[in-house]
Design a protein around this ligand. Structure first.
Ligand code: SF4
Length: 138
């Protein structure tokens, strides 16, 4: 079972193999590909630093405990109707994205994120809406 915070549910949709460091990318790719290949994988929703934050490099400015990141987590969980500490199959999370999210939500919910301008997160949401699942990342 993977423990994830709210906003990382969206980040996984847009993930194409980019990240903060080699170790961060390896960890995220492993998680991403596990969810892609086995949508029945279990995800527990937690508050604060999670499975992905654990590999955030020491060299960068650590933002994982910033207030606005917690707010982004809350907004995304509320939008998806997911509850803290509950466990869901990944495919259930994809279903909720399909039903409750549109690509342009990224523009407002993730307004302050540096990755937003790449456009991959909006594309990732569209991919889920089109029932194509997560991107394949090599
Ligand atoms: S814009 Fe940033 S916070 Fe939002 S889903 Fe993409 S990577 Fe995650």
């Amino acid at each position: 079972m993977f423990k994830l915070r709210g906003h990382h549910l969206f980040c996984l949709l847009g993930y194409r193999g980019m990240g903060y460091s080699k170790e961060y990318v390896e960890n995220m790719t492993k998680l991403h590909q596990t969810l892609r290949k086995n949508p029945k994988s279990l995800v527990q929703i937690i508050e604060g630093p999670d499975h992905l934050c654990a590999m955030y490099p020491n060299s960068g400015v650590y933002h994982c405990k910033d207030h606005h990141i917690y707010v982004r987590d809350e907004v995304i969980l509320e939008k998806l109707g997911l509850k803290l500490h509950e466990t869901y199959e990944w495919k259930e999370i994809e279903n909720r994205v399909r039903n409750f999210v549109i690509p342009s939500d990224i523009q407002t919910i993730c307004e302050t994120c540096n990755w937003r301008s790449y456009g991959v997160c909006e594309e990732g949401i569209q991919h889920i809406i089109d029932e194509k699942g997560l991107w394949k990342v090599n």
